[in-house]
Design a protein around this ligand. Structure first.
Ligand code: SF4
Length: 276
């Protein structure tokens, strides 16, 4: 079960972002309830473009019931969700009734938890808290995120999330700006990693990108060794050059064979807690 009941105060606090949104570090202050749209293009409705029980993740999470929400605050050129990630109008409206039925179904399939993924769940936090508060016996909550949210988001999630799964994508701001279109990436994500670790279990994920060993993978591992040496670290090597990856010379190819094993060996030698 989730750790705390989601109070009406907390939900009201989240709903204030619909009038002046500061959920992610774009901090665009869009009045989403009045029809304004920020870089994420999201309104006040959240939509689920897929939900299913999956067994392809880290062993301690599976079977996990994933809810994929459309819409995102990043624009990663290699996004595998492509149009679903970037168009928040796609999918089934996330209502309390839909969610209650889906959670009940997931339980019949043996799901150990529910997992919010995207796109990016952070941009839909008010709707997510609303529907989760409607379920009496909420399973443990896993929050898989790009970690570009604001500290306000982590205050709202404190005690609700059992496991954070941050996608630590880039090891510097230049790559983040060029590939995902965001500023201050490194400062924001490293701050949020530390906020999350104060609250709940954390599994840091990193998807290896072709040609980004020195600029992204190595700085991430060094930072983890220095600042979060005991955190669980999951290295993913299933990169596919999707969406607009072909427009970037470095991203328009597959990983070199064996780079996943090489990365795990590197991280293990550094003393990191590599998990599968
Ligand atoms: S979540 Fe969307 S509307 Fe809110 S600050 Fe970020 S980009 Fe702007």
């Amino acid at each position: 079960m989730s750790l705390v009941a989601i109070s009406s105060d907390r939900r009201e606090q989240a709903l204030r972002h619909e009038d002046r949104c500061c959920l992610c570090e774009h901090r665009c202050l869009a009045n989403r309830s009045a029809g304004e749209r920020g870089p994420c293009k999201a309104g006040i409705e959240a939509r689920v473009f897929r939900h299913r029980v999956e067994c392809g993740e880290e062993a301690e999470l599976i079977p996990s019931h994933l809810f994929y929400l459309s819409g995102c605050d990043l624009r990663c050129a290699f996004c595998i969700a492509e149009a679903n990630a970037f168009d928040p109008r796609r999918g089934t409206l996330l209502t309390a009734e839909f969610f209650q039925r889906a959670v009940a179904w997931g339980q019949t399939q043996g799901a150990r938890n529910i997992q919010w993924v995207g796109g990016e769940p952070t941009i839909h936090l008010p709707a997510i808290l609303e529907v989760m508060s409607s379920v009496n016996e909420l399973p443990p909550v896993v929050w898989k995120s790009d970690f570009y949210g604001t500290p306000e988001v982590f205050e709202l999630l404190e005690g609700v999330v059992s496991v954070y799964v941050p996608d630590f994508k880039f090891g510097n701001d230049e790559c983040a700006q060029r590939i995902a279109g965001v500023e201050r990436y490194w400062e924001v994500v490293t701050r949020n990693l530390q906020l999350a670790a104060e609250q709940a279990d954390v599994i840091v994920r990193h998807l290896l990108l072709p040609g980004h060993w020195d600029c992204c993978f190595v700085p991430i591992t060094r930072w983890l060794r220095e600042r979060m040496p005991t955190v669980k670290f999951s290295i993913r090597d299933g990169y596919l050059p999707m969406w607009q990856a072909s427009q970037h010379e470095d991203l328009a190819r597959l990983l070199e064979p064996g780079v996943g094993d090489k990365a795990r060996e590197w991280a293990t030698r550094l003393g990191l807690r590599v998990i599968h």
